[in-house]
Ligand binder design. Structure first.
Ligand code: CMP
Length: 136
C-alpha cells in the first residue's frame, strides 16, 4: 500500500565541503522526493551526540559525533510516497564500498564515516529526527 511520508535527510560535511548539495538535491527530486524544508547549519558536538544517541554504545560514537559537528551540514525534510524506504534505497548501503550503483553513497561517498548522507531508518525515528532539527 502506498503512503505519503516524511523523513529526515542530512547532507554531511564531506558532501557540503565538496559542493555536492545541489547535485544531491537534484538527485532526490528526480527520484520523486519533495524537499519540504532545507537549512544549512553547523551543530556542536553535544548536539551531534544527542542526535546520534542511539549509537552511544558503539565504538565509533565519538568519531561519528566529532565528524558530524566538524563543518556545515544541510538538514532537510523529504516528503513522498513511502519516503522513508525510498530515500534509504536512494542512499544505498552505509558503507559506500558496498552501496549499489546509482545510489548517493556509491556516487559520492568516500568512506563509512564520510558517507555523504544520513536518513531516518523508521517511521518513529523520522518523526523524532524531524522534530530534532525542525521543532516549531
Ligand atoms: P548514518 O546513516 O549517519 O548513521 C550512523 C553513522 O555511523 C553511519 O551513517 C556511518 O557514517 C557511521 N559509522 C561509522 N562506523 C560505522 C560502522 N562500523 N557501522 C555503521 N555505521 C558506522
Amino acid at each position: 500500500m502506498s503512503k505519503i511520508e516524511q523523513t529526515l535527510s542530512i547532507i554531511k560535511p564531506d558532501a557540503v565541503e565538496r559542493n555536492l548539495v545541489q547535485e544531491i538535491k537534484n538527485f532526490l527530486e528526480k527520484n520523486n522526493l519533495i524537499i519540504k524544508e532545507s537549512k544549512k547549519i553547523h551543530i556542536t558536538k553535544d548536539e551531534a551526540s544527542e542526535f546520534y544517541k542511539v549509537h552511544q554504545s558503539k565504538s565509533f560514537f565519538n568519531d561519528l559525533c566529532s565528524y558530524l559537528s566538524s563543518g556545515p551540514i544541510v538538514v532537510m525534510i523529504l516528503e513522498g510516497e513511502n519516503a522513508i524506504f525510498s530515500y534509504r534505497k536512494l542512499m544505498g548501503a552505509t558503507n559506500p564500498k558496498e552501496a549499489e550503483n546509482n545510489t548517493i553513497r556509491k556516487l559520492y561517498g568516500i568512506s563509512i564515516d564520510k558517507n555523504s548522507v544520513h536518513g531516518s531508518d523508521s517511521k518513529d525515528n523520522a518523526k523524532k529526527e524531524i522534530n530534532f532539527f525542525f521543532k516549531s
